[in-house]
Design a protein around this ligand. Structure first.
Ligand code: 13P
Length: 287
């Protein structure tokens, strides 16, 4: 069922586990994530970046596909369709298209402007029953053209944004989109601790879930992280399995060129990655 992310994240924060946001790119991605969530009875968030939305021909196409697929696969677990790192305009487009959740990433604006725009979007989203995520302190690295320097969030600014009534807050704590460099300093638990003490019950969001060591994920959850975003890791699993299929010459055997066969190992690999993450995040059986 497509729902806002508010309820599932409140439960996760109270229950000391995290719900995974898995970014989708196409039909296969969406199907793999939905089937895994249903099999494991886990709530799930489908993340759509503005770039992925464009690739899939627009947010209306994405919303229509996800809604129909959720119904036709008979999915019973809560599923939120969420805009990832949305611009101000992108948020309005997704609201119109029928998304159930949005992220307004105003982290690159001066804090006053981030507050003003987030406040406006909180009112609009809540009026229509959508959940909304905001961001303070940018996430490092690059995702679909959104580039961040990766500075740690100021806990007082986090409180100012949390007080606007957002449903989840992404605070930069040294996390990076994509693969982590060998000399990465790790997550700043000091920042996370300070943010959680200022924001109380607010479900915190950890972006850049790919490649964060298990012990750091567990510690982040214990310090109030209730949503973890994963994108690159599913892409890498898909790529590795597809490469293997072709390198083994399977596409040359019989009807191995059939796209339903060619894309099947990649789709299975995504399922395995999503399962692994749901186990680590503790969301299995929480639907
Ligand atoms: P990764 O690509 O590093 O997993 O990050 C995903 C993310 O944070 C989406 O917003």
């Amino acid at each position: 069922m497509l729902v806002s992310a508010a309820e599932m994240l409140k439960k996760a924060k109270a229950g000391h586990y995290a719900v995974g946001q898995f970014n989708i790119n196409n039909l296969e991605w969406t199907k793999s994530v939905l089937l895994t969530a249903e099999e494991l009875k886990s709530p799930v968030i489908l993340g759509v970046s503005e770039g992925a939305g464009k690739y899939m021909t627009g947010f209306k196409t994405v919303a229509a596909m996800v809604k129909a697929m959720d119904e036709e696969l008979g999915i019973t677990v809560p599923v939120a369709l969420h805009l990832d790192h949305g611009s101000y305009e992108g948020c309005y487009k997704c609201i119109k298209a029928g998304f159930t959740s949005i992220m307004f990433d105003g982290s690159h604006y001066p804090i006053e402007e981030n507050v003003a725009k987030t406040k406006e979007l909180v009112a609009v989203a809540h009026n229509l029953g959508l959940s909304i995520e905001a961001e303070v302190g940018s996430i490092g690295g690059e995702e679909d053209g959104v580039v961040g320097a990766g500075e740690c969030a100021d806990p007082d600014e986090c409180k100012a944004i949390a007080d606007l009534g957002v449903d989840m807050l992404a605070a930069g704590i040294g996390n990076i989109h994509g693969k982590y460099p060998a000399n990465w300093a790790g997550l700043s638990f000091e920042t996370l601790d300070a943010v959680q003490s200022k924001t109380g019950d607010m479900p915190l969001v950890l972006h850049g879930g790919t490649g964060i060591p298990e012990d750091m994920i567990k510690k982040a959850i214990s310090l109030g992280v209730a949503k973890i975003n994963v994108n690159t890791e599913c892409q890498l699993s898909f790529q590795e399995a597809t490469r293997k299929y072709i390198e083994e010459g399977k596409d040359l055997e019989g009807k191995g060129f059939d796209p339903r066969k060619l894309l099947a190992p990649g789709a299975e690999a995504i399922k395995a990655t999503v399962k692994e993450k749901m186990e680590l995040f503790g969301s299995i059986g929480k639907a």
